[in-house]
Design a protein around this ligand. Structure first.
Ligand code: FE
Ligand code: FE
Ligand code: ZN
Length: 278
């Protein structure tokens, strides 16, 4: 099964996202758990979630991705910002207990000049404080482009974070093709080499989701601007190789390209046509 979807607005609730996904031939999707730049989440509607869970089963959805807000920074220099991030994660994970077949993706954090070592230590402490045995939703560290002082640009940094997490069966990674390329991993000319390196340092079994984006910036630019599929420095063929790669093809793929719904529908159609049979 090719699990392919895109980022959707959560303003209409879960069932509405499921129906929107089906209307554009998607069978997974991603959404923000709350305003990406703000704090508060919508009221929890358990009926809506139950309807969605049934709908997702009926329409054979793959794993969906709940994305934490961008403002969340587990390694801020300000204690109140770190505390806010932990509380937001706890609240998100508590809500996600009701949602079936979902993963929780977040940006590891920006060390804002405190240094990578202290940043990683803060991220590990926060994850260990937030993750409990009761939490059923895996949490995923996103591979980052390395803009500013972002942690998670290198696979080594992700490996160090995972190494410090106590409940290891609950932590994974979400790869982002734009971010890896901008970070200096050559997913265009050496996808196999990149995956081998990831496997050696982190383990490919940790990858639970994939963000499919082209990039507006050159290789290893350390920037992070997504381009539409085939309109950036990765190009369509590189992205087609990603979705067909034997070590990646079972993952849920979500587009985060600069598109409205009609643009996403076109990209989903394009990539479904280029998907090979296993
Ligand atoms: Fe992200
Ligand atoms: Fe992403
Ligand atoms: Zn990005």
């Amino acid at each position: 099964m090719f699990y392919l979807g895109c980022h959707l607005s959560s303003s209409g609730g879960y069932l509405a996202m499921g129906e929107t996904a089906v209307s554009i031939k998607a069978n997974t999707f991603q959404y923000f758990t709350r305003n990406p730049r703000g704090g508060s989440a919508r009221a929890l509607d358990l009926d809506d979630i139950a309807s969605f869970n049934a709908y997702a089963t009926e329409h054979t959805f793959g794993t969906i991705v709940a994305h934490a807000p961008y403002t969340l920074n587990l390694c801020s220099a300000k204690p109140e910002v770190r505390e806010f991030a932990r509380n937001t994660m706890r609240d998100d994970l508590e809500r996600l207990q009701h949602v079936d077949n979902v993963v929780y993706n977040f940006h590891p954090g920006s060390h804002v000049g405190q240094g990578v070592d202290l940043g990683i230590e803060m991220i590990i402490d926060a994850i260990n404080a937030v993750l409990t045995e009761e939490i059923k939703t895996p949490i995923l560290l996103e591979t980052m482009a390395g803009k500013g002082s972002e942690i998670g640009r290198s696979f080594e940094e992700l490996a160090r974070i995972i190494d410090g997490v106590i409940l290891k069966d609950k932590i994974g990674v979400c790869m982002d093709s734009c971010h890896m390329h901008d970070a200096g991993y050559d997913v265009v000319n050496d996808l196999d080499g990149v995956l081998d390196e990831f496997d050696r340092l982190v383990g490919l079994d940790r990858v639970k989701a994939f963000h499919l984006n082209d990039s507006m910036n050159p290789f290893a630019s350390g920037k992070d601007r997504h381009a539409k599929i085939g309109e950036g420095t990765l190009g369509l063929d590189a992205i087609v190789r990603i979705v067909n790669h034997p070590k990646l093809r079972a993952l849920p793929f979500n587009l985060e390209t600069p598109n409205e719904l009609d643009g996403y529908a076109r990209e989903i159609d394009l990539l479904r046509k280029r998907r090979t049979t296993a």
